[in-house]
Design a protein around this ligand. Structure first.
Ligand SMILES: Cc1ncc(COP(=O)(O)O)c(C=O)c1O
Length: 367
């Protein structure tokens, strides 16, 4: 494995130091919660090794109302851990996969570290970042092992509808390969959310976590969902070799969070709707910027219009000087005129002030 650190991690707010950022528009989750919000008593937990598949009450919570059973769930160290297990289980050097770009960097980087052949399906702003199923069909080869999608999508906020998911699941079944659907933002959709992708067939693997919609990424709990028992056994073997089992403290906290989903998620949806409207109002009043309105998640991926003459390095320097953080395009292998803006993490005032600071940086860096 050839590991290379990804810019999105090297330059992340936590590596930069939260204390050095005034307006943090770089986050792809909602505001982080304190442990006290979860109302869970961790003091009496016996600190033994836990169930290798994941704490049973946690798997029960994840399975509730999802159309799968706890046996179809493997708890991992975050969605990131799930993606790593899936890639290293299914892919070998020289295997081919089809991945959408831009994307959450791990979805691209782990297959690269393994030495896979990758066909990138580049989403374009001009086509509203929409996924063209025909392009995926055309990219499939005899050695294709995996098709990898993300919905709601990071960084664009675009959502795939059920018909599209079904069409790609059918392609994967025909090609006898797997379809990975990274659904880490599944609880954050403005429209009706489609069923869990893993319910579409044993060739489909869903991934999610408590990081984003519950605002507890410090609890390192994610999961893989799949209905093929033999494949799940291979994923479990990978997990056991990496770390045997997860942390019982984390898994108990995650179970408590998900058990309160009916209390936590509706206010979140309101908050995200308000954040999205704040960005929409800014875009409407900022003639130098354009965007594709996000339909899910808590981020969007606007860009500085091509007609605007700008010194882009100066622009980011000005943002740095005003202690504003965004996710610059290069985190996603895109032009730096693009930037990911997270509207779910900052307070309403911080979001407004951060957007105003972006406009000011545009003024100062215009040529
Ligand atoms: C699409 C996507 N998948 C997975 C992850 C990893 O999240 P975590 O490991 O915190 O669950 C992220 C984090 O940004 C993400 O955006």
């Amino acid at each position: 494995m050839k590991y290379v650190r990804m810019p999105i991690e090297v330059e992340s707010p936590e590596e930069r130091g939260y204390g050095n950022i005034r307006y943090n528009l770089a986050e792809s989750s909602v505001t982080d919660r304190p442990l006290s919000d979860l109302k869970v008593d961790l003091s009496s937990i016996v600190l033994a090794y836990g169930d290798h598949r994941g704490h049973p009450p946690l798997r029960d919570e994840i399975a509730a109302d999802s159309g799968v059973t706890p046996a179809d769930i493997l708890v991992t160290a975050g969605a990131a851990g799930a993606l790593f297990i899936i890639a290293t289980t299914l892919l070998q050097p020289g295997d081919h996969l089809v991945v959408v770009r831009p994307n959450y960097a791990t979805n691209l980087e782990t297959p690269r570290a393994i030495g896979c052949e990758i066909t990138l399906i580049d989403l374009s702003f001009e086509q509203d970042f929409a996924l063209d199923v025909e392009r995926i069909a055309a990219a499939i080869r005899p050695n294709t092992r995996l098709i990898s999608l993300t919905t709601p999508h990071n960084p664009t906020g675009v959502c795939l509808d059920l018909a599209t998911l079904k069409a790609v699941a059918k392609l994967a079944a025909k090609a006898r390969c797997h379809l990975l659907v990274d659904e880490t933002y599944r609880d954050m959709t403005f429209a009706t959310k489609p069923p869990l992708a893993a319910t579409l067939g044993p060739q489909v693997i869903s991934v999610s976590s408590v990081s984003k919609s519950y605002g507890i990424p410090g609890v390192r709990v994610g999961w893989i969902v799949n209905t093929d028992a033999k494949l799940m056994e291979r994923f479990l073997a990978a997990k056991e070799q990496i770390g045997i089992c997860g942390s019982l403290l984390d898994e108990t906290a995650a179970a408590a969070a998900i058990a309160q989903r009916h209390a936590f998620l509706p206010p979140l949806q309101k908050r995200l709707a308000a954040g999205r409207e704040t960005v929409a109002a800014w875009i409407a009043s900022e003639p130098r910027m354009e965007w594709v309105r996000p339909e899910g998640g808590c981020v969007c991926f606007p860009r500085i219009k091509a007609s605007v003459n700008i010194d882009i390095e100066r622009f980011y320097k000005e943002l740095d000087e005003s202690a504003v953080a965004v996710g610059p395009g290069h985190w996603f292998e895109q032009d730096r005129r693009f930037m990911r803006i997270g509207y779910g993490w900052p307070t309403a005032d911080e979001l407004k002030a951060g957007l105003a600071a972006i406009s000011k940086a545009l003024d100062l860096a215009s040529t």
